[in-house]
Design a protein around this ligand. Structure first.
Ligand code: ASP
Length: 312
């Protein structure tokens, strides 16, 4: 039994581990852990308290994948629901679909009985407005987005709260040997409305195959989408690499995809035998872990892999 994740998953891992200890499934553990992060208003990268898009609306992406059935569910560009991970799970379980977006996702959430709520906290609104001032009022959207991205790189609110990654990743291995992965995010702050990141894209920010392993990403979603990073990691596991080698290969490939704005990437890997590894393009980053012997969450160093633009 094991549950690992991005460092900001620390608030949820004990709850996920409790599920595993009671004989619950990897899927239940992942969902439970991520729900706790989605409800944490201090985390400005996920769920309640997440930073909004360019027009001030909190816009969420999430996905979940079951390694045993290789079924997956995802939602993207959703507004007004605190637990997109649970809605993604219902997409996986109740519909013959893998991804719902925007109004369709919200309609489905309502039909499933999920409660609606305003996710924009006063603190998140404040950070958003400061960023807009840096971006300049009245600028055409595309250039405002660009300036906002630069502003965010300088500001990094998640760093201010001592976290080293936006977006939450949780990967779990249950007592029956099932693997599952979940990812949830409010995405890039000040993103263009409708922009979907890797967190909702199976193969990019999330992939799980119970025979070989699981991987999840945080960082600049655009490069994980273009490189299909989570799927690459699992492909390398399938080819016989251990988690350290598989993750490193997938991270090193990103050098071909990085550009001046989009070169941050983090990845967490879990094999069916419990071996694990995590990577970051930023030095000093960490990931979180619990297993059956843990009394508290352990924070472990990620392996640093430089990801830089080809012409840097
Ligand atoms: N990967 C997320 C996205 O691109 C953001 C992040 O991890 O900071 O939406």
């Amino acid at each position: 039994m094991k549950i690992i994740g991005s460092s900001n998953a620390d608030v949820g891992l004990p709850l996920g581990m409790a599920v595993l200890r009671q004989g619950g499934s990897a899927l239940d553990a992942v969902e439970r852990a991520i729900r706790a992060v989605e409800s944490n208003p201090l985390d400005h990268t996920v769920g309640l308290g997440g930073l909004p898009n360019l027009v001030g609306v909190v816009e969420l992406d999430a996905s979940i994948m079951d390694g045993t059935t290789r079924l997956a569910g995802a939602v993207a560009g959703m507004h007004g629901f605190e637990h997109p991970i649970s809605i993604a799970r219902r997409v996986m379980q109740d519909l013959p679909h893998a991804l719902l977006v925007g109004e369709g996702a919200e309609r489905f959430a309502r039909e499933c009985g999920f409660e609606e709520r305003d996710l924009l906290t006063p603190e998140a609104q404040d950070i958003y407005e400061q960023g807009l001032r840096r971006g300049g009022d009245g600028a055409p959207y595309a250039s405002a987005v660009l300036r906002a991205v630069v502003g965010r790189l300088a500001m990094q609110p998640e760093r201010a709260s001592g976290k080293d990654a936006g977006t939450v990743n949780v990967l779990a291995l249950d007592s029956a040997g099932n693997l599952a992965v979940g990812v949830s995010t409010s995405g890039f702050a000040w993103k263009y409305p409708g922009r979907v990141g890797d967190s909702a894209v199976i193969g990019a920010g999330n992939y799980c195959d119970g025979r070989f392993g699981a991987a999840a990403c945080t960082g600049r979603g655009e490069i994980a989408i273009r490189a299909a990073t989570a799927h690459s990691v699992v492909s390398y596991l399938r080819a016989g690499d251990d988690p350290l080698a598989a993750g490193r290969r997938a991270m090193e490939e990103l050098n071909d995809f990085a550009d001046a704005y989009f070169s941050t990437m983090n990845c967490v890997v879990l094999a069916p035998d419990g071996r694990h590894a995590a990577f970051s393009s930023q030095e000093g980053a960490r990931y979180a872990l619990m297993d059956e012997t843990s009394t508290e969450v352990q924070m472990l160093p990620r392996t640093f892999v430089r990801v830089s633009p080809v012409d840097a």
